[in-house]
Ligand binder design. Structure first.
Ligand SMILES: Nc1nc2c(c(=O)[nH]1)N[C@H]1C(S)=C(S)[C@@H](COP(=O)(O)O)O[C@H]1N2
Ligand SMILES: [Mo]
Length: 161
């Protein structure tokens, strides 16, 4: 049986992708990032670089922004492509196991070195859980990050965090 597609890379790209667990695990060793707790002590798991996935998908020249979509809970974050390309990690496993939903799986995006919530484009809010689609666009895409402390608190309560 074919493995399920966990993540799509689409929009302004030369080659749209439907990525399975095996695709991620089969990427070359030099783009695998074992043990993301080295970057963020409270996070667990192993990743591939976002840059490597984008290398395969080939963003078209007009692409200025990258939008991270979590269709599961309708959460979306849009960031300038140049800012996130080298900062993004696509976490997909914990040792031999798949990344569970309680850890934001099956796919979670992590920013290597995020700023505090609302302190910039690449903030902790951009650590998107249940990442299902990466969309490249000319101009900013959808962004549902909370904009003030109150809505942020409400979101965290909803997330149980
Ligand atoms: N899918 C999804 N991802 C999300 C969120 C969310 O509500 N849904 N909240 C974001 C926010 S605002 C923050 S600060 C971080 C919190 O991550 P943590 O719960 O692992 O600490 O997740 C981000 N990723
Ligand atoms: Mo946040």
């Amino acid at each position: 049986m074919d493995s399920p597609v966990l993540l799509r890379v689409e929009g302004a790209v030369g080659r749209p992708l439907g990525v399975t667990f095996e695709d991620l695990a089969g990427m070359p060793g030099d783009v695998q990032v074992p043990d993301v707790s080295r970057f963020q002590p409270t996070r667990r798991g192993d990743a591939v670089t976002l840059a490597a996935l984008l290398g395969v998908a080939s963003p078209r020249p007009e692409a200025t922004h990258l939008t991270l979509h979590a269709d599961r809970d309708d959460f979306h974050v849009s960031i300038p492509l140049d800012a996130i390309r080298e900062q993004g990690l696509v976490v997909y496993k914990v040792g031999p196991d798949r990344l569970g939903v309680e850890q934001g799986g099956p796919i979670r995006l992590l920013i290597r070195d995020p700023s505090a919530c609302h302190a910039g484009e690449l903030d902790e809010c951009a650590n998107v859980k249940y990442l299902s689609r990466i969309e490249l666009t000319a101009g900013r895409g959808r962004d549902t990050r909370p904009v003030d402390d109150e809505s942020h608190r409400a979101l965290h309560e909803q997330q149980g965090a």
